[in-house]
Design a protein around this ligand. Structure first.
Ligand code: NAP
Ligand code: MG
Length: 406
């Protein structure tokens, strides 16, 4: 069979540890044999970030912005221990943070569902995608441990030096705590654009929730910005696509999500998204089956796995042990990116290949062939064949060849 060809290259960002090993296996077994793969390669592995003083990360982010679609391997975010381990000259920032800042994007996380692993919530039949507004609020709050009696005030002084707002927050009679939060219209608007765009790109309903009944300025602003953008820019597109935008209070949303069958995007403020994404991903099964895509308000996409570099497995791998690390989320990062590249470039074959690749992964898991992390999650009584990473990928290849031959 002739290999598929590409037009525009994908921005390929290599990474660290076990996922870097898996990255190469995926390319060797599932991509190169079938596609004349065109990528702009950036090595975001920690040694290369150190060598380039992290310039490589910025270059990759800018390339993703220019070319529109990127695929990223998990990378180490250095801490003190990593600075020693890799003899770093600096504690380089999280590559994901750098890329997110350049693309001004929102992260969407969705689980991969298979027959043998039932979500804890029995009525969830389709994935629930969580979009977290990863800017501001409590994550950038100013806090004060109030030592004793005194007055706390909220003051705003405009750029001309004029005080335009002053209100007593609380007259403390004794010790307590104080916090101030902020967010920006720009950032909320970018978040909203990314959410509306991703809903359209995936054909799913969009839910958004805040606590605007209690927070009559702060949360209300989020609600109004979403509604305004929906009415002026997205309503007609949503109607044409047969999808809906739905706003509700966060507590009502939580109740509805639990009772739902899934199959929608749930946009959350920063803290809600932090908490709810952990709850939803745990209820669906495993971090190893969680996909992640960063979507910019301008419609650029960066695909990756939600998990990290799986360090514990890597240390065992270095000792010559064969590991059973699950490559699913990393494979889906590639299929997601290839499908999107195919859409952008009008290459239906490429998008169809992405579908076949994902189909082959599901065929493999449904046949019981799976990595060990999934074994404890499958419905009791399911017949399973636990395998290590490479045999798992080879089994997917066999199923992929079958699908492509049809
Ligand atoms: P992790 O790499 O996600 O792994 C945590 C544990 O989850 C693993 O030890 C493993 O459990 C299980 N696991 C995760 N992915 C798996 C997979 N594909 N297959 C099987 N099991 C899997 O998180 P971490 O150990 O906290 O972080 C390791 C490094 O990754 C850190 O340096 C961190 O900075 C980085 N990180 C990067 C990203 C990113 O690039 N997006 C995200 C998160 C973390 P068992 O050991 O029980 O098998
Ligand atoms: Mg969290």
């Amino acid at each position: 069979m002739a290999k598929l060809t590409m037009k525009t290259p994908l921005v390929e960002m290599d990474g660290d540890e076990m996922t870097r090993v898996i990255w190469k296996m995926i390319k060797d077994e599932l991509l190169h044999p079938f596609i004349d793969l065109k990528t702009q390669y950036y090595d975001l592995g920690l040694p290369e970030r150190e060598k380039t003083k992290d310039k490589v990360t910025m270059d990759a982010a800018l390339a993703n912005k220019e070319l529109g679609v990127g695929v990223k391997c998990a990378t180490i975010t250095p801490n003190r221990q990593r600075v020693e381990e890799y003899n770093l000259s600096e504690m380089w920032k999280s590559p994901n943070g750098t890329i997110r800042a350049v693309l001004d994007g929102t992260v969407f996380r969705a689980p991969i569902l298979i027959d043998a692993v039932k979500p804890v919530v029995r009525n969830w039949e389709k994935p629930i995608t969580i979009a977290r507004h990863a800017y501001g609020d409590v994550y950038r709050a100013t806090e004060y441990r109030v030592p004793g009696a005194g007055k706390a005030e909220l003051v705003f002084t405009d750029d001309n030096g004029k005080e335009t707002f002053r209100e007593t927050v609380f007259d403390f009679k004794g010790a307590g705590v104080l916090q101030s939060q902020y967010n920006k219209d720009d950032s909320i608007r970018s978040f909203a654009h990314s959410c509306f765009k991703y809903a359209l790109a995936t054909g799913q309903d969009l839910w958004f929730s805040t606590k605007d009944t209690i927070s009559k300025q702060y949360d209300q602003t989020f609600k109004l910005i979403f509604q305004e953008l929906y009415d002026t820019e997205y309503k007609a597109l949503f109607e044409a696509a047969g999808i809906t935008y739905f706003y509700t209070l966060i507590d009502d949303a939580v109740a509805r999500v639990i009772r739902s069958n899934g199959g929608f995007i749930w946009a959350c403020k920063n803290y809600d998204g932090d908490v709810m994404s952990d709850m939803v991903s745990t209820a669906f099964g495993s971090l190893a089956m969680m996909t992640s895509v960063l979507v910019s308000p301008n419609g650029q996409f960066e695909y990756e796995a939600a998990h990290g570099t799986v360090t514990k497995h890597y240390y065992r791998y270095l000792q010559g042990e064969e590991t059973s690390t699950n490559p699913m989320a990393t494979i889906y990062a590639w299929s997601g990116a290839l499908r999107k590249r195919g859409e952008f470039d009008g290459l239906n074959d490429l998008s169809a290949f992405a579908d076949a690749l994902e189909g082959a992964c599901i065929d493999t898991l449904n046949s019981g062939v799976m990595t060990k992390d999934l074994i404890s999650l499958v419905t009791p009584g399911t017949s399973v064949t636990p395998v290590c990473t490479l045999p798992f990928i080879k089994a997917i290849r066999t199923n992929l060849e079958k699908r492509l031959a049809q």
